[in-house]
Every structure is written in structure tokens, then in C-alpha cells.
Design a binder for this molecule. Structure first.
Ligand SMILES: C[S@@+](CC[C@H](N)C(=O)[O-])C[C@H]1O[C@@H](n2cnc3c(N)ncnc32)[C@H](O)[C@@H]1O
Length: 193
């Protein structure tokens, strides 16, 4: 598929905005940017880039970031692994978050799930050599599938969930926690090579 020209322009914007920060993280499927803006306030040496498919959520998130005067976060509109590929330069990210992606619980819809081999093939190229992919979901069937896809892909090694940054809860995590739903989480580091 031909690259999305808007995202190629956005890539230059991302490079400029993030260049004075020590680390860069991306939140894929960032919704209205709650996790993104709170992460940015808690971790001022890190730039947080969000990708979200629904324009209205991107606009609301960016308005909030502007209103709060947060210099180290921004959201861009993009859909699917292609948007990750177009927006993020190779070897650019310290961390990529995918939190509570749509679970598509019916078997006939599993093909629509975001976290699969082809997403992982793009993700691995966007992370630095020791970059980390953090996945979380409330759907334990999807969680099992995520782990299967990671091991089929083979380019990852499990890493501790706790790391050296402060991690706020996401918008959907709050909902699932209140319901007492179990949450599957895994962090994996890119294998060197
Ligand atoms: C269930 S919500 C989770 C939002 C947020 N990550 C959280 O934990 O609160 C999933 C979000 O991902 C977005 N999304 C779903 N599929 C996407 C895709 N293929 N590309 C980009 N965004 C997507 C949806 O619009 C929605 O805002």
C-alpha cells in the first residue's frame, strides 16, 4: 500500500517535536489520549506519540494537550499497522504500548485483531535495539493469541512489566479494574540482531 502522505508529513513533525527528549514512546490506539497526557506529565524527559484511528478522539486529545501546555505529547490520526509504519521512523522508539485493543471476540472476526504477525513485523522495526513492546488486554482469549503470535514471530524476549517510568492507568483499564475483570499483560524486548 502507498504511504499516507499526511502521515509522512506528520513523521517530520514528530521528529522535530521529539528531538530534545531522551526517549520516545508510542501509544497505539490511544483513544482521547488520557494515558498519553498523564504519562507525559509524569515523565517529562520522555516524548509520547499517540496514534488513534478516530479523528474526533485525536482532536479532543490534542486540545487537552494544548490546554494543559504539555510539550512532550501529541496525537496523530492513523489506522492499522500501516499508520505505525508511515508515522514512526525505523529504530525510533524506546517503547510501544498497545493497551486494550478491540478484542473482536467472535472467531470469524479474529482476522481483524490488531496484534498479529504482520503488526509485530512492523513493530519490531520501529523499536530501538533494546526497545520494549507492552501489550495489555482484558480479553484472555486475545491475550493467549498475542502470546502465540509473539512466539510465532520469534523476535522477542519477555521483559519485566514494571520498568523505570511512572505508568498511569489507561481509560479502558479504569473501566475493567472497576468491574474486577482480569487483565493480561506482557512486556517483550526486541531481540538484538
Ligand atoms: C478499546 S479502546 C482502548 C483505548 C486505550 N488504549 C485505553 O486503554 O484506554 C481501542 C482504541 O483503539 C482505536 N483503534 C482500534 N483499532 C484501531 C486501528 N486499527 N488503528 C488505530 N486505532 C485503532 C479505537 O478507535 C479506540 O480508541
Amino acid at each position: 500500500m502507498a504511504p499516507n502522505q499526511n502521515l509522512l508529513v506528520a513523521r517530520e513533525e514528530l521528529i522535530l517535536k521529539s528531538r530534545s527528549f531522551q526517549r520516545v514512546e508510542c501509544d497505539f490506539g490511544a483513544s482521547k489520549g488520557k494515558f498519553l497526557s498523564e504519562s507525559a506529565l509524569l515523565n517529562k524527559a520522555v516524548f509520547f506519540a499517540g496514534i488513534e484511528g478516530i479523528s474526533d478522539r485525536v482532536q479532543r486529545g490534542n486540545r487537552k494537550i494544548k490546554r494543559l501546555g504539555i510539550p512532550n505529547a501529541a496525537l496523530w490520526r492513523g489506522w492499522g499497522k500501516e499508520s505505525l509504519d508511515d508515522l514512526i521512523p525505523a529504530g525510533f522508539l524506546d517503547t510501544l504500548h498497545v493497551s486494550f485493543p478491540d478484542p473482536w471476540p467472535k472467531r470469524r472476526h479474529w482476522v481483524r485483531r490488531l496484534v498479529n504477525i504482520s503488526f509485530l513485523e512492523v513493530a519490531v522495526t520501529k523499536l530501538k535495539a533494546d526497545g520494549v513492546l507492552r501489550l495489555q488486554t482484558d480479553h484472555l482469549g486475545y491475550f493467549a493469541s498475542m502470546k502465540d503470535q509473539l512466539s510465532l514471530h520469534g523476535g522477542w524476549i519477555e521483559s519485566p512489566w514494571e520498568d523505570d517510568l511512572q505508568r498511569p492507568v489507561t481509560e479502558f483499564e479504569t473501566i475493567f479494574r472497576e468491574k474486577g475483570d482480569p487483565i493480561g499483560r506482557i512486556a517483550v524486548k526486541r531481540l538484538k540482531g
